[in-house]
Design a protein around this ligand. Structure first.
Ligand code: SAH
Length: 228
């Protein structure tokens, strides 16, 4: 990895094209998502994270296409536009502590790590989680903590969180995740069965603990599986 910096530079123009495509898709879907343009710092993070260093070798050539990619073990790294949308929907602030359920490639965690103080990310498939942890460490993301396990129950020791991102689809919103949100916190989660249209929901916890739910766009994620 001695030439990492050079390799990143070589991919910079493609990353810039990807960011332009994300902006165009955001405009086109703005009426449904309520976000026709994403925050400048979210777009800057999308323009910075070396996605090609988080996908498996056979996918490197496609790393900056605006589509999901296979990462092995039947799992996928989400489409860059969806990563940007989910990131924007939590309104990330520099002091935030964020939980991600479904580490996958580690790409979403890296984008979050550029934007917030601390990221906790949990992955249920051990080799997937281990690979992501290694890649994130290699890229120097020291504010990301990784764990292998069932994220349905959140990460109680690190709670409460300013925001929680779930990157696998659940049939219903897991109650432990709502419990682990701070008042004023945001949970972004695809809800729906594996073969149904899933909806990307934004759940906000009010200062009094009550929650409000907003539907955004239909999405397609791998299912949130349950551990023993
Ligand atoms: N955020 C990822 C993409 C996630 S794909 C990225 O940026 O690449 C969804 C991931 O969720 C898969 O790796 C899958 O193994 C994981 N997953 C599914 N159910 C889970 C659960 N209960 N707890 C933690 N991870 C889970």
């Amino acid at each position: 990895m001695t030439d990492t910096a050079d390799a990143q530079d070589a991919f910079a123009p493609r990353r810039a094209e990807m960011v332009a495509e994300i902006a165009a898709t955001a405009r086109a879907t703005g009426a449904e998502t309520g976000r026709p343009a994403f925050a400048a710092r979210v777009m800057a993070a999308m323009g910075k994270v070396p996605r090609h260093l988080l996908v498996p070798d056979p996918q490197v050539a496609y790393a900056y296409e605006n589509r999901p990619l296979p990462i092995g073990h039947g799992q996928t790294i989400s489409q860059p536009y969806i990563v940007a949308l989910m990131t924007d929907l939590i309104d990330p602030e520099a002091s935030d502590v964020v939980l991600e359920v479904g580490t996958g490639s580690g790409y979403q965690a890296a984008v979050l790590a550029e934007l917030v103080a601390r990221v906790f990310t949990i992955e249920i498939v051990e080799p997937v989680g281990r690979r992501a942890a290694e890649a994130l460490a290699r890229l120097g993301y020291r504010n990301v903590a990784t764990r292998i396990g069932d994220g349905y129950g959140g990460w109680p020791e690190a709670a409460p969180f300013d925001a929680i991102l779930v990157t696998a689809a659940a049939p219903a919103v897991p109650a432990p995740l709502v419990d682990q949100l701070k008042p004023g916190g945001r949970l972004v989660i695809p809800v729906g069965g594996q073969w149904e249209v899933q909806e990307l929901l934004v759940i906000e916890k009010q200062p009094d603990g009550a929650t409000s739910t907003r539907r955004t766009i239909p999405v397609r994620f791998v299912p949130l599986t349950r551990g023993k």
